[in-house]
Design a protein around this ligand. Structure first.
Ligand SMILES: [Zn+2]
Length: 276
């Protein structure tokens, strides 16, 4: 079942279609500029996308690369904050939590997939709550660091998650958000490759339901009460394998070339802090 929604950032419902391929449409809010999938699958169907096969094919197969990737990301975070309490939202099978634990952080996670939670608990003995962030009923002003690695763009209510993150972070705590960078050229390419029915792969449909630029994500985190500290471009974990391996197709290769050509990274990471 598909559902129609209003803008998650400004609650208005005045949009312009920027890409469509029935039954999906991607729209831009005429008021604030947020780009999102509308209509989209209902929340319970979105959760079902994260099956055992999903984690096996995309995570467990690339375990070492992903762990090395997270070690680098945590080294960067530690320029701001070191070894205290951390929550990873949408922690999946727990690679980032495992890395953080080795770096000396007291780490715990939240994750809706029962398979991924079981894996994180059995394989790494991690503390992970199975479910959504609000269902975890975490105490206020509790964490020094909250991370979301490529999660925000797939959440039905990213604004709600940012507000809840603000509540559970300590004063001077930091939130780190990694999201795909989806600027105008991506949608231009998507429109072009729609003729060859390749756009859904590029736009990660229907798993991705929000499309962020640094400007829009800044607006969102500021509305939730945060102050932005830093925004930097970031590569994907397994870019080279995407291009050469199992997703080998013209659309994906041209997509990656486009980013290179325009001097852009595929994703960006935003650091923000809770000041008061
Ligand atoms: Zn809006």
């Amino acid at each position: 079942m598909l559902e129609y929604i209003g803008c998650n950032l400004c609650n208005q419902d005045r949009t312009k279609v920027i890409w469509q391929e029935p039954p999906y449409r991607i729209v831009r809010c005429q008021n604030c500029g947020l780009i999102y999938l509308n209509p989209r699958p209902e929340a319970k169907e979105l959760v079902q996308l994260y099956s055992r096969e999903y984690f096996t094919n995309y995570y467990l197969k690339n375990r070492e690369e992903r762990i090395v990737y997270f070690q680098r990301r945590l080294e960067e975070i530690e320029e701001f904050k070191k070894g205290e309490s951390l929550l990873d939202i949408g922690c999946g099978v727990g690679f980032f939590l495992k890395v953080a634990q080795e770096f000396g952080w007291q780490s715990e996670g939240v994750e809706p997939s029962p398979f991924a939670v079981q894996f994180a608990q059995n394989e790494y003995r991690l503390k992970v709550f199975q479910g959504g962030l609000k269902e975890a009923h975490l105490p206020p002003a509790h964490f020094d660091l909250v991370t979301m690695w490529d999660i925000l763009c797939s959440l039905p209510d990213p604004m709600g998650y940012l507000e809840e993150t603000f509540r559970i972070l300590k004063k001077k705590g930091i939130v780190v958000l990694k999201v795909p960078h989806r600027y105008w050229a991506v949608f231009l390419l998507a429109r072009f490759v729609s003729h060859f029915t390749m756009a859904r792969g590029i736009l990660h449909l229907p798993a991705q339901i929000y499309y962020f630029t640094p400007r829009i994500l800044t607006k969102m985190v500021e509305k939730a009460g945060f102050r932005v500290l830093k925004i930097k471009g970031a590569d994907e974990v397994i870019t080279s394998r995407y291009a050469k391996g199992f997703l080998k197709n013209l659309a994906m290769v041209s997509f990656l070339k486009l980013f290179k050509l325009l001097g852009k990274k595929e994703s960006f990471i935003l650091y923000a802090t809770r000041q008061s």
